[in-house]
Design a protein around this ligand. Sequence first.
Ligand SMILES: [Zn+2]
Length: 265
Amino acid sequence: MPHKTLNKQKIFAEDALYSSYDLSELNDDEITSFFTSGSIDAYCTKCKKRSVFRLNDDTFSYNKEKSQVTKFGLITVKAKCTRENHNELLNRLGNCDNIFYAIFKRYSNDLLKIGQYPSKGDMDFGELDDSYKELPDYLRTELGTSIGLYAHGVGIGAFVYLRRIFEILLEEAHQIAKKEEKWEEDKYIKSRVTERIQLLSKFLPTRLVQSANLYGVLSKGLHELSEEECKSHYTLVRQAIQLILKQKHEDKEYDKVVNKINNIN
Ligand SMILES: [Zn+2]
């Protein structure tokens, strides 16, 4: 649905892909300045914080005759993170310069948002809670995708990515367990998931072991629940997964502290 007023922050950083806009109330200069100047607030995946991103005009698709954005074609909005960081290599202060992109297709007064990087899911996830910033990238991507799908109204798909996280945690524990002398791989392979969780209990976050039936709920989401049912249970199930991830991180931190204490004498 076309929007009457154009809000840079909303259109570039917050609106979902395939949102459409009407440019008819702006003149050419206003349209060009809209895409090439000013700044937006967005989560920076490099600083792992919300930052100010300043728009710059060096990558816009110009009309050949005038220095204005194209009337028919693609418009790329490029904005750089302005946070000042210490650069280890050069040993001096410099801007983060991480780039935010938004891509639009323009056909005269019709504007369609067709791309954004980092994805809205990555940004939403990044802003959720500072304590997840230590999460490895591969888990961050799975959780970010799940959150992004849910944010775009997809329930079952959002469940699939939560289940993948559960399976990744199980497999990581399995790889560690396999190195144990007494480990019975055959028994593990033949076991159902709830039994596998028991076999791996020593190597899993206790919260995951306690909520072994969570896997059942996630699988049910895939095979039996409707889109609407998945959406209504999503927040609760995601909370469980996030608390498990948090515990995994805290367990690791705790091990480091215990090691240091053991080294005191
Ligand atoms: Zn940054």
